[in-house]
Design a protein around this ligand. Structure first.
Ligand code: UDP
Length: 331
């Protein structure tokens, strides 16, 4: 297939683009490099630098010819929860308005398939665990609200225009694959932050809340290996049905506490990691665990890299290689 990957210079987009290329697909990446990194665009992909809202129609075409692409994987997004609270306009414009522009360009060019990066944040504070796709969606921050609004827009497009669409609701994505991994300028995610402490790039890791109603008092999350996530995108493309918008949760189905993650990082790196207890972070739920039963049943998906130490080891290898590369550049 010939596929457009928006956000292919970012973490999940670059890993998925790598896997698509390995499977023989043609990939065009669009990314404005606002948070992504040009070095992350995999070799073999064509790269168009630009804002999705501005370039989607010229890249996809005006509909006067056969569609240029078989589908779009839409990863490009603003994704910092805290920032979305203080600068919501950046999220409504950057996520919702941009995606409407993309949907319009897809409609005009008659591009048949879409896979969208949705999120567990669409559910908000869950009533029960694990979370299924039929549970209430009550996002507790603008980031989750914009992703949910987009999911609704996609449903309308599927119904009205026959789009074959899938939203994948990611839980906590982690790990790395073949030189593609998590490397943001502003890092907020637990595993890379803890590994930065091991690398000596950060003094200590703050544990946000030690009084949660969990086994060790720290918050529990469902960490999914980015390679398992990439496989789900491929399966979603294969299963996409015209006029249907399918929504799937994606997690490993097991929860690990913040302290368990830190212990795994200590085991994997063999290095001491300083921690401090800190207050809860606003808007954080105690436990977020996915039921991925629907993806397993409908897509035949199965998470294979569910071992926390394996996930951490892959992230660690990536960060070390990145350090070596930047030393090489400087040297
Ligand atoms: N967390 C933490 N210290 C940090 C960053 C994160 O204790 O410096 C906790 C956070 O409160 C949450 C878990 O680690 O319970 C995972 O957070 P992350 O930001 O990685 O993902 P989220 O679950 O917020 O999407």
């Amino acid at each position: 297939m010939r596929l457009l990957v928006t956000g292919g210079a970012g973490y999940v987009g670059s890993v998925c683009a790598t896997v698509l290329l390995e499977r023989g697909h043609e990939v065009v990446v669009v990314d404005d490099l606002s948070t992504g990194n040009a070095d992350a665009v995999p070799t073999g992909a064509e790269f168009v630098e630009g804002d999705v809202a501005e370039v989607a129609s010229s890249v996809l075409g005006d509909g006067s010819t056969e569609p240029r692409f078989d589908g779009v994987l839409h990863f490009a997004a603003q994704s910092l929860v805290g920032e979305s609270v203080v600068a919501p306009e950046k999220y409504w414009r950057g996520n919702v308005v941009t995606t409407i522009e993309l949907l319009e360009a897809m409609r005009v060019s008659r591009t048949p398939k879409l896979v969208f990066s949705s999120t567990a944040a669409t559910y908000g504070e869950p009533e029960r665990s694990p979370i299924t796709e039929t549970d209430p969606t009550r996002p507790t921050n603008p980031y989750g609200a914009t992703k949910l609004a987009i999911d609704h827009a996609i449903t309308s497009y599927a119904n009205a225009y026959g789009l074959a669409a899938t939203s994948l609701r990611y839980f906590n994505v982690a790990g790395a694959y073949r030189g593609a991994g998590e490397n943001r300028v502003v890092e907020t995610h637990l595993i890379p932050l803890v590994l930065q402490v091991a690398l000596g790039q950060r003094d200590k890791i703050s544990i946000f809340g030690t009084d949660w109603p969990t086994q060790d008092g720290t918050a529990v999350r469902d960490y999914i290996h980015v390679l398992d996530l990439a496989e789900a995108h491929l399966l979603a493309l294969g299963a996409a049905t015209p006029g249907t918008h399918s929504i799937y949760n994606l997690g490993s189905g097991a929860g690990f506490s913040v302290r368990e993650v830190i212990s795994a990082c200590q085991r994997v790196t063999g290095l001491p990691i300083a921690v401090e207890d800190a207050p809860r972070r606003a808007g954080d739920p105690a436990v977020l665990i996915a039921s991925s039963e629907r993806a397993i049943a409908d897509l035949g998906w199965r998470p294979e890299h569910t071992d926390l130490d394996e996930i951490v080891a892959d992230a660690w290898e990536f960060l070390q290689q990145l350090g070596d590369r930047s030393h090489a550049h400087r040297g």
